[in-house]
Design a protein around this ligand. Structure first.
Ligand code: PSU
Ligand code: MN
Length: 357
């Protein structure tokens, strides 16, 4: 076994040894030869409830120390309508591959947490849409115990990615402190997850449906490194600027990877890598930003609260902009997928050479 592979085994073994961590199993139906005989003793039986099943290509990439990028699934089920969501999910996976990493879309399918989905499973989630459960950390145990199918938000995706040994995760936008969140306590579980789980979340910042200054304050409280990618300002999803500076800045995938690596070495939590929407897609984004105010007013009139809030707002913004927000949303996710894959490639390089920057 080469040095990289053996380091990977050590990492996986430490995940498996960790008492509060779910066990990680490769897909028992896939039948690929594994060199992890001792780690995966239950090869022959189906994965018990609560274990994390890795798709064969993801398990293989992790074993070899090759770059892997996690992708979330709430963006598929609750973030975009069918069939655009399916097209987006497939395209994003293809972009990750094209840029040298293995994509691992994460969801709970029939009660089994899966890291890496088949195309059939992507179709299933995309067509279920909002009738799939929206699963944050809070909902993971219940979804598994019920044998239900759930799309994972940033928080649940991070925890499953980490259980599998994946350090880089691409999405559109992170959750945050909702407006009035300081009164309602509607603060996304994404933020506390970032505080505790060492995964880098590559996103286009946070939407201005949220209270961005308070979101950044709360991320500082949680000890989360937030870096603008090539920009000083924290981006606001549909627009490149939010009026608030990001606490730090990196300019290349290599620099971003070095931050992730340093955080890991120091035993810190997560990182937000905030990548602004490409300028050519920003115009439609600005229109979307105006629709946000109206969507927020409607949500409050209709008494929408809890985890129904973000999906409601996304849907109304899409309707109010005649679909323009969806076009911007897809464009920024694809851009994030490219950047995230490059960061994962750099990180795998640092790991294999045992370098820190
Ligand atoms: N922001 C988006 N699209 C999304 C989400 C956020 O632009 O699909 C999803 C993500 O899964 C995120 C979740 O983790 O919403 C946050 O939901 P809440 O605000 O209920 O924590
Ligand atoms: Mn909430």
């Amino acid at each position: 076994m080469d040095e990289r592979a053996s380091r990977r085994v050590t990492t996986l073994a430490s995940h498996l040894a960790c008492g509060d961590r779910v066990n990680v199993h490769r897909n028992p139906t896939a039948g690929f030869a594994t060199r992890f005989g001792d780690l995966f003793k239950r090869d022959a039986i189906d994965a018990p409830k609560g274990s994390v099943v890795l798709a064969p290509d993801v398990a293989d990439a992790l074993r070899r120390g090759s770059p892997v990028v996690a992708l979330e699934s709430t963006i598929i089920s609750h973030g975009m309508p069918y069939p655009d969501n399916l097209t987006m999910a497939r395209e994003v996976e293809a972009i990750v591959r094209k840029n040298g990493a293995t994509p691992a879309t994460i969801a709970i399918i029939d009660g089994v947490p899966r890291v890496g989905l088949t195309d059939d499973q992507l179709v299933q989630l995309a067509s279920l849409g909002p009738s799939a459960l929206k699963v944050s950390r809070r909902d993971v145990a219940h979804c598994i115990a019920k044998g239900a199918t759930g799309a994972t938000t940033v928080s649940a995706t991070m925890l499953l990615a980490h259980a599998a040994g994946i350090s880089v995760f691409v999405t559109g936008g992170v959750g945050g402190v909702h407006r009035e969140g300081h009164n309602t306590l509607d603060v996304s579980a994404d933020l506390t997850e970032l505080g505790r789980t060492p995964v880098c979340v590559v996103c286009a910042g946070a939407k201005s449906v949220l209270d961005i200054p308070r979101t950044l304050e709360y991320l500082e409280t949680q000890g989360v490194c937030v870096a603008g990618f090539g920009v000083d300002e924290f981006p606001a999803f549909f627009t490149r600027k939010s009026g608030v500076n990001a606490p730090c800045r990196v300019d290349t995938p290599r620099e971003a990877a070095a931050v992730v690596k340093a955080g890991r070495v120091m035993g810190l939590g997560g990182t937000v890598l905030a990548v602004p929407i490409p300028a050519e897609h920003e115009a439609d984004g600005a229109t979307s930003e105006r629709a946000i105010e109206r969507a927020l007013a409607e949500a409050s009139e209709e008494g929408i609260s809890g985890n129904a809030c973000t999906p409601f707002l996304l849907k109304r913004i899409r309707e109010l902009t005649g679909g323009k927000s969806l076009v911007s949303n897809v464009a920024l996710v694809k851009n994030n997928a490219r950047v995230g894959a490059l960061v994962a490639v750099e990180l795998a390089g640092l790991d294999s050479r045992n370098e820190e920057r």
